[in-house]
Design a protein around this ligand. Structure first.
Ligand SMILES: NC(=O)c1ccc[n+]([C@@H]2O[C@H](COP(=O)([O-])OP(=O)(O)OC[C@H]3O[C@@H](n4cnc5c(N)ncnc54)[C@H](O)[C@@H]3O)[C@@H](O)[C@H]2O)c1
Length: 349
């Protein structure tokens, strides 16, 4: 490895493009090979990025020139490839969500821990500067007692999007809909910033898409362990799609973030730096979510920052910011929301 981590990508579909660009943008990382179970797709991707296409998964895993893998297969196959990769001694960067159930996510975490490989669960939005600032400000206690922490993810996905691959919109391979696929990024941010949930009650519905199994709308009320309350609104029916919104209010102040922008930053004890935070916070870093289209306007910058953190963790033998256990938190809350909607009862964590 000697100062550089050599990567292979598993699954060469839509998001794999950002993986390749992010790896290639790092000085201490190198993309060496790719594997996809559809050979022609794998070869075309390899040709585009001038790397090796490996047609056989066992050969890919036993390739000693690959130190780490990134996983970009449909969600329900993450464990199927992550677990053999960990057993082969490869470090693992796994796309969101870790897998479609908590049990399957735990199996990945356990296997990576057992084999001493780094596992990093992708939630690239955590690496946005305004999110880091919000997290730090909450941790410093500037908001006073946190009372309400809510999010609106009024996104849009067409029926054509769901029809574009057989796994989309299925319980077995997508694990859920507006929550498990799209809003999970924002739910991760709520948990990262405000801590774990205590209890949730929720309704979900499939309101505008005919040919999906999963929910396209959800509304949940959450009680957090720190005593604060909040609402999660999640949708893939709200055309044309709007920036995701996070609102945090405490006894001493309120902040509102839309995509990667700070749109409200107000405290009872206004400080000299607050005006500068508002001005700088209104400038995008280009780390938007895909509100109307999964890939439009989405840059590789978030993945680059997450991969940089993972490479540092591998080289320095430490935990990444987004370990598997961190990645598990949003899956746990979303599974609780689904259980509440199914049973009509609150779910305690
Ligand atoms: N972080 C983000 O913002 C973000 C954005 C989009 C997708 N994702 C996640 O990335 C994953 C992939 O999504 P996508 O939109 O790129 O899907 P996609 O359908 O475009 O691509 C999936 C690829 O995996 C291949 N594949 C399927 N099973 C495989 C297996 N067992 N082994 C090897 N290859 C296999 C398919 O042939 C296909 O090329 C999902 O888990 C999704 O949730 C994350």
């Amino acid at each position: 490895m000697a100062g550089k981590v050599r990567f292979g990508i598993i699954g060469t579909g839509a998001i794999a493009v950002l993986h390749a660009e992010a790896i290639m943008a790092l000085e201490n990382a190198e993309l060496v090979a790719v594997y996809d179970k559809v050979t022609e797709r794998c070869r075309a991707f390899a040709e585009k990025y001038h790397v090796r296409a490996v047609d056989d998964f066992d050969a890919f895993l036993s390739d000693k020139t690959i130190d780490a893998v990134t996983i970009a297969t449909p969600t329900g196959f993450h464990g199927e490839v992550a677990i053999p990769a960990a057993r082969a001694g490869k470090h693992v960067l796994c796309e969101k969500p870790l897998d479609v159930t908590l049990e399957k996510a735990d199996a990945i975490i356990q296997e990576c821990e057992k084999h001493g490989v780094v596992l990093s669960a992708v939630f690239q939005s955590r690496f946005a500067k305004n999110i880091q600032l919000l997290k730090k400000t909450v941790d410093e206690g500037r908001f006073g007692k946190i009372v309400l922490v809510s999010t609106q993810v009024k996104w849009f996905r067409s029926q054509e999007y769901y029809d574009s691959a057989t796994w989309r919109g299925t319980w077995a391979l997508d694990g859920g809909g507006a929550l498990m696929n799209q809003s999970i990024h924002t739910i991760d941010l709520l948990l990262y910033i405000n801590g774990d949930p205590d209890e949730v009650f929720a309704y979900t519905g499939t309101l505008t898409h005919d040919r999906i199994e999963v929910e396209d709308n959800a509304c949940a009320v959450v009680k957090y362990k720190n005593g604060s309350l909040g609402v999660v609104e999640a949708s893939t029916s709200c055309a044309p799609g709007f920036p995701r919104r996070i609102e945090i209010s405490g006894s001493n102040g309120t902040a509102v973030v839309e995509d990667d922008l700070i749109v409200r930053w107000q405290f009872v004890d206004e400080q000299p730096e607050d005006e500068e935070i508002r001005l700088k916070g209104a400038v995008s870093e280009g780390m938007k979510g895909g509100s109307g289209d999964p890939m439009s306007g989405v840059s590789h910058e978030g993945h680059r920052r997450q991969l940089a953190d993972m490479v540092d963790a591998i080289l320095a033998h430490k935990d990444p910011l987004l370990s598997g256990r961190e990645g598990r938190r949003a899956v746990q809350l979303i599974c609780g929301i689904y259980e509440s909607a199914r049973t009509g009862k609150p779910v305690k964590f």
